[in-house]
Ligand binder design. Structure first.
Ligand code: HEC
Length: 117
């Protein structure tokens, strides 16, 4: 599924942010955050398949993604101000949103689209 490629990139960008935070390289955090907030999406046909599979859960799934966007935008703002503690706070909020979606949907997603748990 194309979503996996999107997720791999998100994982890499989050790792890069971790490295930038360690170096207090706020300019780099500011540069990386928008790519996390407005990450690539799978092709339209795949999105349709995913949304059809989600059914009534589509709203919850999308809300996790919206949380990633809001938190990553907050992280960019904090980085622009050079506010390290707030960058770290927002980074944790991004991670919470990633984890929330993974805990709820990753296994059922794999089971449905790859036929395994
Ligand atoms: C709206 C739901 C959702 C959100 C939000 C989300 N993910 Fe995922 N993620 C998934 C699903 C579903 C999979 C399983 C994809 C698959 O197995 O093909 C996944 C898988 C992954 C993987 C494993 C990819 C692989 O190689 O198997 C990584 C890494 C990942 N996500 C990173 C992130 C990061 C970092 C964030 C937050 C910035 C995030 N994800 C936010 C739904 C989400």
């Amino acid at each position: 599924m194309g979503l996996r490629t999107v997720m791999k990139r998100l994982g890499q960008d989050m790792q890069a942010v971790t490295g930038a935070i360690s170096r207090e390289d706020w300019a780099m955090v500011e540069e990386l955050a928008p790519g996390i907030a407005r990450h690539a999406e799978p092709p339209m046909a795949e999105k349709v398949r995913i949304l059809r599979w989600l059914g009534v859960d589509a709203g919850t799934f999308r809300e996790f993604d919206a949380q990633v966007e809001r938190a990553a935008d907050g992280m960019a703002g904090a980085a622009a101000r050079g506010d390290g503690p707030q960058v770290i706070h927002a980074f944790a909020e991004v991670q919470q949103a990633c984890l929330g979606c993974h805990q709820q949907y990753r296994k059922p997603f794999a089971k449905h689209f790859y036929g395994r748990r």
